[in-house]
Ligand binder design. Structure first.
Ligand SMILES: NC(=O)c1ccc[n+]([C@@H]2O[C@H](COP(=O)([O-])OP(=O)(O)OC[C@H]3O[C@@H](n4cnc5c(N)ncnc54)[C@H](O)[C@@H]3O)[C@@H](O)[C@H]2O)c1
Length: 247
């Protein structure tokens, strides 16, 4: 068990990548704080985890783009499990708009949920980990959209570009406290961001010829969160079926 007795916060764990990450982490022995704004999905995932093994998970409803909500979430996590060892920053939304369509309000909303949330979570979970004094691991979910231009999703592309370099800066600034910070970079995993339904027959331009399964992405997150990655700092791990190799 690679995460035995570790306490992990997984944001956006109500579905898709976050849900499968929470389930994989639990199967590796972690206690899970399931975080989502979607109360129904958050409860369902938490109940499933606890049905597999009692007292594995708690659900905390939070808006990770809101600082007070983030502080409350951290307090609730510590109340439930006593400490925090791992943070997975998985929440994002996409605007799916061009620069001509995207208003300032659209742009700022996507940045707040996709980028500012990662700043807030790393900042306040970082303070908790520093207080605990024995380090931790953070995995921020990026996107190939942060490494190339796109013909839509102007705000999402900007936010994910920010996610990649924010992660590097946080990695440098928290390394002195034995906190390892890295990113996993997906492309076309499960259903598109903001959607529920996975179409396995959707044509996808990668080396595998299909979209990735959320479980496949979760395995990359597990690697970076675990001691297997003890010498990996400030890295972007592309789990994209080879899509980036074709760019
Ligand atoms: N799905 C893909 O193909 C893909 C591709 C590249 C990158 N990614 C990245 O992977 C991550 C997960 O993507 P996904 O497709 O599983 O997302 P998703 O849209 O299926 O799920 C996101 C979850 O986050 C929750 N959420 C949204 N805003 C929130 C907020 N402010 N506070 C708390 N919870 C909130 C939603 O309720 C939902 O349960 C994201 O960072 C995304 O950018 C996904």
């Amino acid at each position: 068990m690679r995460l035995k007795d570790k306490v992990a916060i997984v944001t956006g764990a109500g579905r898709n990548i976050g849900e499968e990450t929470a389930k994989l982490f639990a199967s590796e022995g972690a206690k899970i704080v399931v975080v989502d704004m979607d109360e129904a999905r958050g409860h369902t995932v938490t109940e499933e985890l606890n049905a597999s093994k009692a007292e594995t998970a708690v659900f905390v409803k939070a808006d990770v783009s809101d600082e007070n909500s983030v502080k409350n979430l951290i307090a609730e996590s510590v109340k439930a499990f006593g400490r925090i060892d791992i943070l997975v920053n998985n929440v994002a939304i996409s605007d799916n708009l061009t620069i001509r369509e995207c208003t300032l309000a659209d742009f700022q909303k996507t940045l707040n949920v996709t980028l500012v949330s990662q700043f807030l979570m790393c900042k306040w979970v970082g303070e908790q980990m520093i207080k605990q004094g024995d380090g931790g691991a953070m995995v921020n979910i990026g996107s190939t959209s942060g490494f190339r231009g796109r013909d839509s999703a102007i705000a999402y592309a900007a936010a994910k570009g920010g996610v990649a370099n924010l992660m590097r800066a946080i990695a440098i600034q928290l390394a002195p406290y034995k906190i390892r910070v890295n990113s996993v970079v997906p492309n076309k995993i499960g259903s598109p961001v903001g959607q529920q339904d996975f179409d396995p027959t959707r044509p996808v331009p990668n080396l595998v010829g299909r979209a990735g399964f959320p479980e496949e992405l979760a395995k990359g997150v597990l690697f970076l969160a675990s001691d297997d990655a003890s010498f990996v700092y400030g890295e972007n791990l592309f789990v994209d079926g080879g899509y980036s190799a074709m760019m």
